[in-house]
Design a protein around this ligand. Structure first.
Ligand SMILES: Cc1ncc(COP(=O)(O)O)c(C=O)c1O
Length: 397
């Protein structure tokens, strides 16, 4: 099928995800991190065919809720490849997932909950710990965080005295996503490895896993961003990992959401009206903010500053999606693309130049595979939410 057929047959709006792009990205990760276990961060897009693809490819799961643990199991991911890590887990959630995944505690309160659950079951529970490290992604000092336990609070051989039914088996660090600099990532991995060795020594243990979290970025704006140099990354990290490997028995884990699925997805919607107001042309589309919120965030987050904050997973930048008109039209015009909600920030793109569209034409937005559907306020305005389509075969957009 040609591009225009597939994208114009199905009732808009909809998301469409391309399986072959996900497989391509997964293959790249396997190449750069050959002896790592790669975990798909389900929160980025829990669409079930994606989970099945991840499972078929042999990847594991980074689950952020008990439901995501269940979905991973349903997709065929074995328990030993599922890692449950999120702040604010409830006792019920923890009880529900015990034995179905690795649990990574995010606080002393969670360690206490897990310890009690283990004692009730007269068992010793292997537990991972999410750490808020004393370093930042830029190599400066780490700050306060709602994620994990501060490294300093764990730097004692007595850190587990209050939790006799727990056995620390792994650590998890994640401080920033959307990094496109191989040197920065390499330095970060070295810091995490150093921390792991230090804790193993203090707690007189050998970890069975070290989870480096995510960090791998993708290009959202090709005019202003350069892709992460994967060859350079592979070269640089192999030196670091080779140096640490002999001193560690742990399996290395890497999480990834956007790198695996971000580029696989597109959002397609329809122009419902075209309006000219005091010289400015507006294309009014079906389900703007309440279909695809991600480009709208740029308008919200860059209002008073030129560089958007790297707030995850709300990372955004100018031109976060490239827009294409799915119709052959003569001439061009520069327009704002807006939705139909009661907000002037229901704005998917401003001042984009496109062929001169007509009402009923469709627009396609790229980079909609991660934090697209999940992050959008789909109920706002009580319109029918977008569909999600799965494209098995290679297709050009
Ligand atoms: C702990 C953790 N791991 C992994 C991810 C996935 O990040 P990305 O989609 O950038 O790979 C996130 C995103 O916020 C996260 O918080």
């Amino acid at each position: 099928m040609k591009r225009h057929d597939i994208f114009t047959i199905h009732a808009a709006p909809f998301y469409a995800y391309r399986k072959q792009v996900i497989l391509r990205q997964a293959q790249k990760l396997k190449q750069v991190f050959p002896d790592f276990e790669i975990l798909y961060s389900i929160k980025t897009n829990p669409f079930f065919p994606i989970l099945q693809t991840i499972s078929e490819f042999g990847l594991g799961a980074d689950a952020a809720s008990a439901k995501e643990v269940s979905e991973s199991r349903r997709a065929g991911i074995p328990s030993e490849r599922i890692y449950f890590s999120a702040p604010g887990k409830t006792r019920d959630e923890l009880e529900d997932v015990i034995g179905r995944c690795h649990i990574i505690a995010d606080s002393f309160h969670e360690l206490d909950l897990c310890n009690r659950l283990a004692q009730e079951k007269h068992a010793v529970l292997p537990i991972g710990i999410r750490i808020n490290p004393a370093f930042s992604m830029e190599g400066t000092e780490g700050g306060p965080s709602q994620f994990g336990i501060d490294e300093e609070q764990l730097l004692s051989s007595h850190a587990f005295d209050d939790f006799p039914a727990l056995r620390p088996t792994g650590i998890h660090v994640h401080i920033q996503s959307q990094i496109l600099d191989a040197d920065q990532l390499t330095a970060y991995y070295a810091h995490v490895l150093t921390l792991a060795l230090r804790l193993e020594h203090l707690w007189d243990t050998k970890f069975s896993y070290i989870n480096f979290g995510s960090g791998l970025g993708i290009v959202y704006d090709p005019d202003n961003q350069k892709p992460l140099d994967l060859d350079a990354l592979q070269r640089k990290i192999s030196t670091v990992f080779d140096a640490f490997r002999p001193r560690l028995q742990a399996k290395f884990l890497l999480e990834s959401g956007r790198f695996l699925v971000g580029e696989s997805g597109v959002y397609v919607t329809e122009i419902m009206d075209i309006k000219i107001s005091r010289g400015k042309t507006y294309y009014i589309v079906k389900n703007g903010t309440n279909g695809f919120f991600r480009p709208v965030m740029k308008e919200l987050m860059t209002k008073d500053q030129h560089t958007p904050a790297p707030a995850e997973p709300f990372y955004t930048c100018p031109n976060i999606s490239q827009v294409t008109l799915l119709a052959d039209r003569e001439g061009t015009e520069t327009v704002d693309i807006v939705g139909g909600l009661c907000s002037r920030y229901d704005l998917l793109a401003s001042n984009v130049t496109l062929p001169r569209a007509e009402v009923g034409d469709r627009l396609l937005f790229t980079n909609a595979g991660s934090y697209g559907y999940t992050l959008s306020p789909l109920l706002f305005g009580s319109q029918t939410p977008p569909d999600q389509l799965w494209l098995e075969h290679e297709i050009d957009i």
